[in-house]
Design a protein around this ligand. Structure first.
Ligand code: NAD
Length: 441
């Protein structure tokens, strides 16, 4: 008999570096749902069902009734930001949710005040806040974050903690020597190595305490050998990078469909305008580069031009993001896709997605928090590839091609849940009982 994960008893603390548009929309959303003011649409842990057993068994429980997840009532929130606005003020400034809704949960949101951030302008040049920690070394900064975590855990009597990076996108960096082992990384912390970013300091602090860490931005953060080593050592689950929302969500829905029908693609031009603080940060070329790399890998991995050169060998893929303040958080994206079919005849697809970035991201934060907590209780440490479903640029074991196809990602997620609970995996073959059904006619 398989060991089932421990029950989710007690309080779960969700700690978030970066209390901006996504984080405040997430926190306010959970508070609104708890009060019965709205529904958690977009969240698999709250809304979706999972099939168990054969199709003839008709078993489709809600995911949250199938696996032991923390209940929304058991959650406490905390976080860090370089701006000192509490979550109510920050949510108002983000202008994602209506003031009328925010006022009904004002007290709960005002109680959540950002702790002082670990911040370094050399990684995010377009921001400059005063709510920032001071210390002589990056190692001391990591210690201060660990103190914050432990104080939060004591003050809120939390049984367990998870951390999710919802901070701004940091400048593009490539993995280097300091990231290549835990020993080098810890030496780098003590010597203030410039290649250690603030997000890595938070991740290090969490993992050192055995706390699950997920990365919602495209920064390297926990996608380096040093963090993988640390996560294994302390038994902490990790996952990243970059929440899959908006345009990339559409790409990973549409591209697998075109590839499934062996339709060719000549070009895919993606353009976005957005006007929130994220857009302001991404207006800087060094920060845009981090996002661009994350967005570009998607098509290549789904279409595999190396093994399908006739269909995808010549594809021209371009992604543009433009800062346009009047749109605020309501990002607008256009995609022009040049495809070809039978005998090479060309066709075009145009997508104009009028999306709401943080509305799409908030349920992802909730699911990642609950699932990474489940993973920890199920004894699963290190990279959680089954959570690729939520990321634009999923972290995988070194050398493995990430899976971007959203449908394969969903199958993997659901089968992992079945595996955790000792249920049969579903292959969709069904031959074993298909014949029985026909014979019974
Ligand atoms: N909104 C989406 O749909 C979406 C999708 C994928 C990824 N993301 C990523 O999620 C992150 C958050 O997006 P957002 O729209 O909430 O942006 P935002 O600018 O509204 O919020 C980010 C917050 O992080 C804070 N911050 C920056 N560096 C920090 C640090 N070192 N420590 C603590 N706080 C720090 C900023 O002050 C800001 O309040 C961004 O990196 C974004 O690229 C967002």
């Amino acid at each position: 008999m398989k060991n089932l994960p421990k029950k989710a008893d007690g309080t779960l603390g969700i700690l978030i570096p970066g209390l901006g548009a996504v984080a405040t929309t997430f926190i306010a959303g959970v508070e609104a749902v708890k009060k019965g003011l709205a529904q958690p649409f977009g969240s698999l842990t709250q809304m979706s069902n999972i099939r168990l057993g054969k199709r003839t068994e008709n078993r489709f429980p809600k995911i949250r009734d199938f696996v032991p997840l923390a209940d929304l009532e058991q959650i406490k929130f905390g976080g860090w930001d370089l701006y000192s606005d509490n979550v109510y003020e920050a949510a108002k400034k983000a202008r994602v949710l209506d003031a009328g809704l925010l006022d009904q949960i004002k007290m709960e949101l005002e109680d959540i005040k950002p702790l002082k951030a670990v911040f370094d302008r050399s990684f995010v040049a377009n921001l400059d806040g005063a709510n920032v920690k001071q210390a002589n070394t990056k190692h001391e900064l990591a210690k201060l974050v660990m103190d914050d975590i432990e104080n939060f855990q004591d003050a809120n009597e939390c049984e367990r903690i998870v951390m999710i990076w919802c901070g701004s996108t940091e400048r593009y960096i490539e993995p280097s020597g300091v990231h290549s082992s835990l020993e080098n990384f810890e030496k780098g912390l003590r010597e203030n190595d410039p290649a250690i970013s603030p997000s890595m300091i938070y991740a290090y602090a969490a993992l050192k305490l055995g706390i699950p860490f997920s990365n919602g931005a495209p920064n390297l953060t926990c996608d380096i050998a040093a963090m993988i080593e640390l996560a294994k050592e302390t038994g902490a689950p990790i996952g990243g990078k970059d929440f899959k929302t908006g345009q990339t969500l559409m790409k990973t829905i549409l591209a697998p469909g075109l590839a499934a029908r062996a339709l060719g693609i000549r070009g895919w031009f993606s353009s976005n305008i957005l006007g929130n603080r994220d857009g302001l940060v991404l207006d800087h070329p060094d920060n845009f580069k981090t996002k661009e790399v994350s967005k570009l890998s998607v098509l290549e991995d789904i279409l595999q031009p190396d093994i399908n050169p006739e269909l995808y060998g010549d594809i021209y893929h371009k992604v543009r993001i433009n800062y346009y303040p009047p749109h605020g958080d309501n990002k607008e994206s256009w995609d022009n896709i040049d495809i070809f079919g039978w005998l090479g005849y060309p066709m075009q697809i145009k997508i104009n997605f009028l999306c709401r970035d943080s509305i799409l991201a908030a349920p992802i934060v909730l699911d990642l928090a609950l699932f990474s907590d489940l993973a920890k209780r199920a004894g699963m440490s290190g990279i959680q590839e089954w959570l690729s479903f939520y990321f634009k640029s999923p972290q995988t074991a070194p050398g493995l091609r990430p899976e971007h196809d959203i449908f394969k990602q969903l199958i993997k997620l659901q089968n992992t849940l079945r595996h955790i609970m000792g249920e049969d995996l579903i292959t969709h073959l069904g031959l074993d009982y298909y014949q029985e059904l026909i014979e019974a006619l």
